[in-house]
Design a protein around this ligand. Structure first.
Ligand code: ATP
Length: 354
C-alpha cells in the first residue's frame, strides 16, 4: 500500500491537446479518492498517467515515495480496472483472476489458491469454471475486480468500473466496492462522471475542468462549500442557483429582491460590489405568502422528484429553483416565495467563494 503524489503533472498529446496542466495532487496511503469532472476534462488521462500507460510530458508521479515517472507500467505496482473489464473471453473465471499472477510467474497451485480465496470474498466461488460470456454484467465486473485484488498491488486505479451496470446493480456494487476497499485498505483512485457515486463512495474527491483540478475536498466540503462557480454548477443533482447580484449596505440585491447576506460572507463584502449569490434548491424554505428575504415570483415549472418537487420560479425574469416537500407544492401560475437559508447560501466574487 502506498500514497500517490503528483507534482506539476502535465500531459500534452501529440497534436497539442493539453489534457493535464501542471497538476498537483496527494492521495494518502489507504484513501479512497474520486476524480470527477465533465467529459474530456482529463480524468482518464490522469489515471493512465499514474499507471504509466501514458508518459508524462512534464512533472512527476511518486508512488509509495518512489519516483516512477519514467518507470514502465509493470514496474509501478499499481492495478487498473477499465470500463470494459477487459476479461479474456476464452479463459474461465479462475484463469482470468489468476492471469496477473501467471505473468508474475507464480506457480500454478499458488495461483489457483489465490484466485479461489479472492473469488470467495467476492461471492464468485460457484462460477469459477464459467467463461465471461456465461456471466452477467455484474458478475463480469466482480471478476475484473477479483483480478485486480489478486495482484496485491500497492494501489488500485478504477476507470468508471461501474458504468456498464444497470441502476440497481450499480448501487449494490457501490456499497460493495466501498466496503472492500475499507477492508483491504489499498489506496484507490476512482474515476467517475457520476457525482452521486463520488459523493457516496469517496473519502475525498477532486473536481476537474479542462486539465486543472478546481477543488479537492471531502464530499461534504465539495457539496456544501464549492470553491468556485464551476464546481458549484457542476455538483448537485439539481444545480445550485447561481444568481447575479450586488451588495446594498447590509443586504444583497439578487434578481430584483432583497436577501440577507449569508453567514459565511458576513463582514467580507464591500458596499455596491457585484457578486454571484449561490444557493442550492434544497436549501430554500418555500411559502405561498410573501416573506422577508424571499425570492418571489411566478411558478413556471413543477417537477416531481418523488418525495419532493422541484419548483422553478420566474423572479423578475431570472429562474430560481427550490425543492418543496411533497404535499406543499404549488401549481404552475401560482405566486411563490423562496427564502434561502442564510447558513447555507454562499457568495462568489470573480467566480471564487468568498
Ligand atoms: P470522459 O469522461 O469523456 O471519458 P475524460 O475526462 O476521461 O473524459 P480524457 O479521456 O482524459 O478525458 O481526455 C482529455 C482530453 O485529451 C480530451 O480533450 C481528449 O479529446 C484528449 N485526448 C484523450 N486521448 C487522446 C489521444 N490519445 N490523443 C489526443 N488527444 C487525446
Amino acid at each position: 500500500m502506498a500514497a500517490i503524489e503528483l507534482r506539476g503533472l502535465t500531459k500534452v498529446y501529440p497534436g497539442g491537446v493539453k489534457a493535464l496542466d501542471a497538476l498537483d495532487l496527494a492521495v494518502p496511503d489507504g484513501e479512497f479518492f474520486a476524480l470527477l469532472g465533465p467529459s474530456g476534462c482529463g480524468k482518464t488521462t490522469l489515471l493512465r498517467t499514474i499507471a504509466g500507460l501514458e508518459s508524462a510530458t512534464g512533472g512527476s508521479v511518486i508512488i509509495g515515495g518512489r519516483n516512477v515517472t519514467g518507470t514502465q507500467p509493470g514496474g509501478r505496482d499499481v492495478a487498473m480496472v477499465f470500463q470494459d473489464y477487459a476479461l479474456f473471453p476464452h479463459m474461465d473465471v479462475t484463469d482470468n483472476i489468476a492471469y496477473p499472477l501467471r505473468i508474475k510467474k507464480v506457480p500454478k497451485g499458488a495461483r489457483r489458491d489465490k484466485a479461489a480465496e479472492v473469488a470467495a470474498r467476492l461471492g464468485l466461488d460457484h462460477l469459477m469454471d464459467r467463461r465471461p460470456g456465461q456471466l452477467s454484467g455484474g458478475q463480469q465486473q466482480r471478476v475484473a475486480l477479483a483480478r485486480v485484488m489478486a495482484t496485491q498491488a500497492q494501489a488500485f486505479l478504477f476507470d468508471e468500473p461501474l458504468s456498464n451496470l444497470d441502476a440497481r446493480l450499480r448501487l449494490e456494487a457501490r456499497t460493495f466496492l466501498k466496503k472492500l476497499q475499507r477492508e483491504l485498505g489499498v489506496t484507490t483512485v476512482f474515476v467517475t462522471h457520476d457525482q452521486a457515486e463520488a459523493l457516496a463512495m469517496a473519502d475525498r474527491m477532486a473536481v476537474m475542468e479542462a486539465g486543472h483540478i478546481r477543488q479537492i475536498g471531502t464530499p461534504a466540503e465539495v457539496f456544501q462549500r464549492p470553491a468556485n462557480t464551476f464546481v458549484a454548477g457542476f455538483i448537485g443533482s439539481t444545480p445550485m442557483n447561481l444568481l447575479d447580484g450586488s451588495v446594498r449596505g447590509d443586504t444583497l440585491e439578487v434578481a430584483g429582491c432583497e436577501v440577507a447576506v449569508p453567514d459565511s460572507a458576513q463582514g467580507l463584502l464591500s458596499d455596491t460590489e457585484k457578486i454571484v449569490y449561490g444557493v442550492r434548491p434544497e436549501y430554500m424554505t418555500y411559502s405561498a405568502e410573501p416573506a422577508q428575504g424571499a425570492l418571489g415570483g411566478k411558478v413556471v415549472i413543477v417537477e416531481n422528484l418523488g418525495a419532493s418537487h422541484l419548483v422553478t420560479l420566474d423572479v423578475n425574469d431570472v429562474s430560481v429553483q427550490a425543492v418543496v416537500p411533497e404535499g406543499s407544492e404549488p401549481a404552475v401560475g401560482d405566486e411563490g416565495h423562496a427564502v434561502p437559508r442564510r447558513d447555507r447560501a454562499l457568495v462568489y466574487r470573480d467566480g471564487e467563494l468568498v
